[in-house]
Design a protein around this ligand. Structure first.
Ligand SMILES: [Zn+2]
Length: 77
């Protein structure tokens, strides 16, 4: 009889633990913001040769954006 009582308590503990975990995980997903994927980079056009490149890689000149320092110097002497 003691064994049955112990088994019932053990099953209750396991059930409570599993239901607690199950209720925790969706709330965690709801509260934590999903990682935002990096958006598409803005592409710009080299004012000298016309090649397209990410804005972060472009060199900013006086009259436009350039793919390299050489093209900036050739276009803006
Ligand atoms: Zn260029």
């Amino acid at each position: 009889m003691k064994f049955l009582l112990f088994l019932a308590i053990a099953l209750l503990v396991v059930w409570l633990w599993r239901s607690g975990r199950r209720s925790d995980s969706p709330s965690d997903q709801a509260t934590s913001t999903p990682p935002t994927p990096p958006g598409p980079q803005e592409m710009v056009r080299c004012a000298h040769c016309g090649v397209h490149l990410p804005h972060s890689d472009a060199l900013v000149g006086r009259i436009g954006l350039y793919c390299s320092k050489e093209h900036q110097q050739q276009a803006e002497p």
